[in-house]
Ligand binder design. Structure first.
Ligand SMILES: [Zn+2]
Length: 80
């Protein structure tokens, strides 16, 4: 039985997403984009996952990263 360690690549992807999230937040960038094709959606710029779930959009939540997008990074952009 080939026991493919799918959770391992999953873990790596999530880890990469966390690093990207940190870089985006530190740069004062948004970690998500809102878009609409036939219905509103939110895409996480950290892991690249899109969600059409209304609650995800409302709460700015990424189900892959298991974390919320910071909205503050958009508004109080520090002039460094
Ligand atoms: Zn994500």
């Amino acid at each position: 039985m080939a026991d493919m360690p799918e959770s391992e690549s999953f873990k790596k992807e999530r880890n990469d997403a966390i690093l990207r999230r940190r870089a985006l937040v530190e740069a004062g960038c948004s970690t998500y984009i809102l878009f609409a094709t036939c219905q509103p959606a939110i895409r996480c710029l950290c892991c690249g996952m899109a969600s059409w779930h209304p609650e995800d959009i409302r709460q700015k939540y990424c189900g892959f990263c298991h974390s919320w997008h910071s909205e503050e990074s958009l508004q109080n952009s520090p002039t460094k």
